[in-house]
Design a protein around this ligand. Structure first.
Ligand code: GAL
Length: 657
């Protein structure tokens, strides 16, 4: 693992660049990402390029020995371009248009804008594609950020209609599969189909789903078009895009398919993320200065799979940020901890956002490795410490150099379409699939287990426990995978509840799973907070939250636990367990612990705030909690970092005897 930094030479006088580069190297930084918002400096006026400053910045950084990640500037179109083609501005779901004056003010479906993007990308690629110091290219910046996807423009409407025509071939097919006989929605031709916004009540869920699929493809093709140009000029550089945490607007597996990226890079802001996701107020308070212990790990483990083993942290918070409702200063030690956490999860690079805090414009309250007065910030000092420690520690530096991958024996299946379907049809106010997946994930990690987060199409044969928090549509192939598997399986509610056309399957939920688990879902019980069916599993009592299904079981399936009103809570057959509800944490824990034990996995209940992660032969322990805790290192373990007792924000690492 190496260290990097995000740098904006265009925001500082050229006289500072050489010293910046020298200090980066001194700090232990090897990679620097530049240029992703600098379009108006590369092309101050239409077709009047100015490369002199970028030539000089690249030369200065490369001469200092830094490797460069060059960003395409398409997330920040210049004002002259917007004025020349105002139709490129994005249209929101409420029909209003977004203005320029910040960033991401473009419609991803605008063909005219896409042509402009390819023009500037090709100009950059021609000039810099062969530069030996440029080791990677990043397209755009955080596609979909600031809710700029989906788009509701005229261009989006036309491209959506064309997408539908390709998918359904005839409008009669579409009418049949969409069920447009309902509410007189029948279409006579593709070019009369509207976007699914501004309807008095719900649009047809399959219309909404297809729109989300279409938009996901639009994001992927926007990136892909740029990559195709870049690869022609920079065949040896890595191609990447910086994805976001907890972000599901597009299908990242599809995005990453067909070699459209070489490495999955993502942007990690654990404290702000903890503040904005659906966690309890207690958890938000408890982890206000450390970030929730699973929040970064979840995306490390997800993006590792998306990058097929290769992932980078392209932007890592190194102090307070500016975009959450509250932006506390991280507890001392956290910036260092996050570096080790990324190492433990297999990152090849951790790159900090940003080199120096800018005293002007939108992000003036966002920290960097340096303060605006150019002295090292508290976070910058922690990065320096981590860099030094790793360099001087044989066990850690050889791990950082190695390609040692994940040895996780637990897989958690995460599926983007499931997220979209249950967002379109929540049915219970709090039902959020990603939150459910996170709940399972954290419960597994609280038991000391390492987890790989994978797609439903991944090879699952090497895992001993596979957890499927839910999977809206079930293919026959997936059911065969379960059947042929020797692993223990835990399958959550709403699995197999929909067809790919967003309808209820003919055999009812859980669809194709009924061949393995003979039961069907008679009714769905959406639970307001006052409705709390309770059950007991392995001596642990708890309740269902938000969602519960009434199952009718047939011969061959056993009821492992029942609710107080008699409905099955957990059913099982052979190595497969099905949870008919979203349970509270205690029950999820009992459920997963039972499956883990049957899988022969060691279950260690960790003290609050402590997490483990193994890589190669090293086990890391991280304390995100407020109290000092003991790491469960086995007798005779050789500590290569820290010790058995960990205070807040401490890290230790050991090799088993
Ligand atoms: C990211 C973005 C960066 C910067 C950062 C601030 O979302 O990619 O450009 O704005 O957030 O935390």
């Amino acid at each position: 693992m190496q260290l990097g930094v995000c740098y904006y030479p265009e925001q500082w006088p050229e006289s500072m660049w050489a010293d910046d580069a020298r200090r980066m190297i001194e700090l232990g930084i090897t990679h620097v990402r530049i240029a992703e918002f600098a379009w108006s400096r590369m092309e101050p006026r239409a077709s009047a390029y100015d490369w002199t400053w970028l030539d000089s910045a690249i030369r200065t950084l490369a001469d200092a020995g830094l490797k460069i990640v060059l960003g395409t500037p398409t997330a920040a179109p210049p004002k002259w371009l917007v004025d020349a083609m105002p139709d490129m501005l994005p249209v929101r779901a409420d029909g209003t248009t977004w203005n320029s004056g910040s960033r991401r003010h473009y419609d991803i479906c605008s063909e005219a804008y896409r042509r402009e993007c390819l023009r500037i990308v090709e100009a950059m690629a021609q000039r810099y594609g062969a530069h030996p110091a440029i080791v990677a290219w990043q397209t755009d910046n955080e596609l979909g950020c600031h809710e700029t996807v989906p788009s509701y423009s005229k261009a989006a409407r036309a491209r959506f209609q064309a997408w539908l025509a390709r998918r359904y071939e005839t409008v009669e097919h579409l009418n049949a599969r969409w069920g447009t006989v309902f509410w007189s929605m029948t279409y006579l031709s593709f070019d009369t189909i509207e976007l699914p916004n501004l309807t008095p009540t719900d649009a047809n869920p399959v219309h909404l789903l297809d729109f989300r699929r279409f938009m996901s493809d639009e994001v992927a093709s926007f990136h892909r078009e740029q990559v195709d140009v870049l690869r022609r000029y920079a065949p040896n550089a890595d191609m990447l895009h910086n994805f976001m945490g907890f972000f599901t607007t597009f299908d990242h597996y599809r995005f990453a398919s067909n070699n459209s990226i070489d490495v999955a890079a993502w942007d990690s802001y654990p404290i702000a993320r903890t503040e904005v996701i659906a966690l309890s107020d207690d958890d938000k308070a408890r982890y206000a200065r450390t970030g929730h212990p699973d929040v970064s790990a979840f995306d490390h483990d997800r993006y590792r799979a998306i990058g097929q083993g290769r992932f980078w942290v392209m932007e890592q918070e190194a102090g307070p940020v500016n975009w959450a409702p509250w932006n506390p200063v991280p507890a001392p030690g956290m910036v260092r901890l996050w570096a080790y956490e990324a190492l433990a999860h297999g990152a090849e690079l951790v790159s900090y956002f940003r080199w120096r805090q800018a005293p002007f414009a939108q992000e003036q309250m966002h920290s960097g490795l340096n303060l605006p007065d150019n002295t090292l910030s508290p976070g910058g000092r922690e990065v320096a410490r981590a860099a030094q420690e790793i360099a001087q520690n044989e066990a850690l530096s050889s791990l950082a150099r190695s390609r040692a991958g994940s040895r996780a024996q637990v897989a958690l299946v995460f599926d983007y379409e499931t997220q979209w379907m249950f967002e379109i049809q929540r049915h219970a106010k709090e039902f959020d699939y990603q939150t459910l997946a996170f709940e399972y994930y954290r419960t597994l990690r609280e038991m000391g287990l390492d987890v790989d987060i994978v797609s439903a199409h991944a090879d699952l044969s090497r895992y001993r426990l596979v957890v499927v928090p839910s999977l809206a549509t079930l293919s026959a192939r997936f059911v065969q995978t379960i059947e042929a598997s020797a692993a223990q399986w835990v399958i959550g509610p709403r699995t197999g509840s929909k067809t790919t056309d967003f309808a209820i399957p003919a055999e009812l939920a859980p669809g194709a799973l009924q061949t393995l688990l003979p039961f069907k879902v008679l009714e769905v019980d959406s639970l307001r907070p006052t409705l709390q069916p309770s059950t007991v599993l392995d001596g642990v009592s708890g309740i269902a939250l938000y969602w519960r299904e009434h199952l009718e079981t047939r011969e061959g399936v056993s009821v492992v636990a029942r609710f107080d009103d008699g409905w099955p809570a957990i059913v099982a057959r052979k190595q497969v367990r099905y949870a008919s509800a979203w349970f509270d944490t205690a029950l999820h824990r009992a459920l997963l612990a039972g499956a883990a034990r049957d899988a022969g996995l060691p279950v260690t209940y960790l003290p609050q705030g402590l997490r483990l992660r193994r890589r190669g032969d090293v086990t890391f322990a991280f304390n995100f909690g407020a109290n000092a805790v003991e790491a469960p290192a086995p007798h005779g373990a050789r500590f290569v970092l820290g010790q058995k007792t960990l205070g807040t924000a401490d890290v230790s690492a050991w090799v088993d005897a």
